[in-house]
Design a binder for this molecule. Structure first.
Ligand code: FES
Length: 321
């Protein structure tokens, strides 16, 4: 055993494993901001590959020593019995084969990897898995299209999930815009705006008279989603009672703290009935009614920017219903 070797501090050789692993973790974090599904997944793959490389590099020296010592042991055995006494140092080399510094280094790395995994895997899983699992599609039947007078606004209330009853009751503002040319066909056009304020989510209300004062009958339907009511209104816009947010009749923000326009619902006409589909967010709407140009985005939470540089400040979208 060479005592000089143990007097020298152990300096690990430069490797690409830790660097690659760190790059993978950075890519995961950037992906959580920009695109949790693809960029974070790529980052996780890079981190796993380089973690493996790192582990291999960390144990390569140990494995190399082990291989190098074996021939010495065999050579010592061949010289017996005359040199049996000289075989004794082979046992002394056992401590050199697995020196304490190497054991501590491997233990520290292993323990660090376990702690890192326990901390990061659940977080990454919660961030990435929802995108793979998909969202449940809620359809809401608002009743026959013929009951919705063209050009008239209605305040529609409905339940989005019958199994949750009244707790899933929502409100939307619905206007029948008539029909619009789409290719060679005329297709129905509806403006369907959510009443969830784009500031902090308070219920936005129609700025104008509603109900019987207008002399227009409410429309009440019982559908697969339960009771649907359509109360006529003539809004000059929509207002939020919480912090004074104001919107025009296309849902564009006109005053107050909301950061974008009101969310909207996709829709389809099925068997002559108006069916609400998923919600989406809107930065702004140009034009009105059937001619409106809607700047449409994936559904965001209240207070979240969907356009401009501010949108990168809101990386994670929790599931919406
Ligand atoms: S929640 Fe509507 S303005 Fe604040």
């Amino acid at each position: 055993m060479d005592p000089v070797e143990h007097d020298q501090p152990h300096l690990p050789a430069p490797t690409i494993g830790p660097v690659g692993f760190a790059i993978g973790v950075v890519v995961i974090l950037i992906g959580l901001i920009i695109n949790p599904l693809w960029i974070s997944t790529i980052g996780a793959a890079v981190a796993v590959i380089f973690a493996f490389v790192w582990a291999r590099e960390s144990t390569a020296e140990l494995r190399g020593r082990h291989v190098a010592v074996e021939p010495e042991v065999r050579a010592a055995g061949a010289a017996a019995p005359a040199v049996a006494a000289e075989a004794a140092p082979v046992h002394a080399d056992e401590s050199e084969r697995f020196p304490r510094s190497k054991f501590l280094e491997a233990s520290t790395l292993g323990l660090g990897a376990v702690i890192g995994g326990v901390v990061t895997v659940p977080i990454a899983g919660f961030a990435v898995l929802p995108a793979f699992l998909g969202q449940k599609r809620h359809e809401v039947d608002l009743g026959p299209v013929t009951d919705i007078t063209e050009g008239q606004w209605y305040i529609a209330t409905f339940t989005t999930d019958p199994s949750q009853g009244e707790t899933s009751r929502r409100t939307a503002f619905v206007r029948n815009n008539g029909s619009v040319q789409s290719g060679s066909a005329q297709v129905p056009s509806f403006t369907i705006i959510s009443n969830r304020c784009a500031h902090l989510g308070c219920p936005v209300q129609a700025n104008g008279p509603t109900g019987s004062i207008l002399g227009i009958k409410d429309v009440v339907e019982t559908t697969a989603n339960g009771r649907v009511t359509m109360i006529p209104t003539v809004p000059a816009g929509f207002g939020c009672p919480c912090h004074g947010g104001q919107y025009d009749t296309e849902g564009n923000r006109t005053a107050g703290p909301p950061v974008r326009g009101l969310d909207r619902y996709d829709f389809e006409i099925k068997n002559g009935r108006l069916i609400l589909l998923s919600m989406y967010s809107v930065s702004q709407v140009d034009g009105t009614g059937a001619q409106a140009k809607i700047h449409k985005y994936k559904l965001a939470g209240p207070g979240e920017h969907v356009a401009g540089v501010e949108q990168i400040l809101y990386p994670l979208q929790p599931p919406h219903h």
